[in-house]
Design a protein around this ligand. Structure first.
Ligand code: CP
Length: 306
């Protein structure tokens, strides 16, 4: 069944996830060609509606839409009537009158993309909503995992950090588990929910987590902007207890463990400088795959009739 919107990954079937990931493969192949553009969405319009800062998601959606030959409009929130108190509903109604086909939205409030999706015939893509979901990040992570492990069944992925506030942890663990990978969470007790998803192992001790024998260590960004209280004593302490410092990097190297991070990296917090050059780091590959996966998502969705 064709979908109008992509709001989360929990509601997608395994077949839909496989279909999306398969469709991203030829789009990635396109990157090596001299002409990187296809006419798949020629004449369609994509509106970028970002109420929160973004580098990777915003730029890769923009590149993805342009490579599909769509017209892209960036809604400039800081210079819009939003600063005069215009509500999201009013903004969307106004933009709807422009008959856009796709709306890519990021907002600090969980559930806001779903609200917009109910209000518009355009296809809505959630580019991150509060601590709820970041479905395209989950898909690009799954795509990257499959490049390393074409059969992810039974592979062990350790997600480290602020699970509680992380939409990335939610979406990435959902899709990786759907592909059959085993997922564990590691972080300070205050940041790893006790009642996490069934089947996800919970660790608060780094050594114990490493004895679980992860094949991928996925560091989350510490989201200082979402924490209204301090969940750990200091960033230095966080790095010491949960970050990949030089000593731990050596261990990852010795054990052949892959490293992932959604970006942007807080250097000296989640990762030491040397980790940026680690040969099994997949961080740049994640960014590159983000374009292919977002092309697949835009191509896959079917906007409603005007
Ligand atoms: N990974 C991610 O969502 O990064 P941005 O905030 O830069 O989009």
């Amino acid at each position: 069944m064709a979908r109008k919107d992509l709001l989360d990954l929990a509601s997608l079937s395994r077949e839909e996830i496989d279909d999306l990931l398969d469709q991203a493969v030829p789009f990635k192949d396109l990157f090596t060609r001299s002409v990187k553009k296809v006419p798949a969405l020629k004449g369609k319009s994509v509106l970028m509606l970002f109420y929160e800062p973004s580098t990777r998601t915003h730029s890769s959606f923009e590149v993805a839409a342009k490579r599909l030959s769509a017209d892209v409009t960036n809604f400039d929130v800081p210079h819009s009537s939003v600063v005069k108190g215009e509500s999201v509903r009013e903004t969307v109604e106004t933009l709807q009158a422009m008959r856009t086909d796709y709306i890519v939205v990021r907002h600090g409030r969980s559930g806001l993309p779903a609200m917009i999706a109910r209000q518009t015939r355009a296809s809505v893509v959630n580019a991150g909503d509060g601590a709820h979901a970041h479905p395209t990040q989950g898909l690009l992570d799954a795509f990257t995992l499959k490049e390393v492990f074409p059969e992810p069944e039974g592979r062990r992925v350790l997600i480290v950090g602020d699970i509680l506030h992380s939409r990335v942890a939610r979406s990435t663990s959902t899709v990786m588990r759907r592909l059959g990978a085993e997922v564990a969470y590691l972080g300070p007790g205050s940041l790893v929910p006790r009642n996490g998803p069934a089947g996800v192992t919970r660790f608060t001790d780094y050594e114990e987590a490493m004895r679980w024998k992860p094949e991928v260590v996925y560091l989350l960004r510490v989201q200082m902007e979402r924490q209204d209280v301090q969940f750990f004593p200091s960033l230095r302490e966080y790095h010491k207890v949960y970050g990949v410092n030089r000593e731990r990097l050596k261990r990852l190297e010795d054990e052949g463990i892959w490293l992932m991070h959604p970006g942007p990296v807080n250097r000296g917090v989640e990762l030491c400088d040397e980790a940026m050059d680690y040969e099994r780091s997949l961080i740049n590959q994640q960014v590159e795959n983000g374009i292919a996966v977002r092309m697949a998502v835009l191509y896959w969705l079917k906007p409603g009739k005007a």
